[in-house]
Design a protein around this ligand. Sequence first.
Ligand SMILES: Nc1nc2c(c(=O)[nH]1)N[C@H]1C(S)=C(S)[C@@H](COP(=O)(O)O)O[C@H]1N2
Ligand SMILES: [Mo]
Length: 183
Amino acid sequence: MIGGFLKFGFVAALGIGLQLGSVGGVVAQTPTPSSDLRTTGGYSSSFRIGGAVGRPTTFTLKDLQALPPTSANVYYSTGKGPVSAKYTGVLLWDLLNQVGIKTDASIKNDILRRFIVVTATDGYAVYISAGELSPMFGGHQVLVAYAQDDQLLGTDSGFSRLVFPGDKAGGRYVSWIKAIQVH
Ligand SMILES: Nc1nc2c(c(=O)[nH]1)N[C@H]1C(S)=C(S)[C@@H](COP(=O)(O)O)O[C@H]1N2
Ligand SMILES: [Mo]
């Protein structure tokens, strides 16, 4: 994040203002209009599912543990090297069914126009298409995990994190989940 601001400052200093791009080999990152989300971060002990859902709900560890568990053995690369782990949690699709994604029956396959934004306490965010999750379509077993190798997740992940079995890099393994918004 600091790197992003430094790069942004570097580009601005070159006098090209908000025009971002590659300058002398330095690729600028798009600055966040409001930086409040990015300055916080840290542990989360609950998250809220809201947006286009029938019953917006807040989930804690207990709520997740009360649902049928699913485990996945995964392998992914990170900036700190590869990770090999068994994660346990609930299917994101099951959680979304609990709150009920709203769809418009008059629109053909409306579910395929829907997407889910998972946001973390540090402002990190990942978009997922509903079609990727739906068992009728992609059926990807994306987990909201609360345990790694049979231990509850610790402060470095918050109480829950996303798990994308099959992903090659860890970028979509959102830690410190704070909100899951359906659009
Ligand atoms: N909230 C949040 N989650 C995040 C990130 C982040 O910056 N913030 N980084 C992602 C990236 S880029 C990687 S590679 C993995 C690292 O996973 P690890 O914690 O298992 O090493 O976390 C992902 N989850
Ligand atoms: Mo990463």
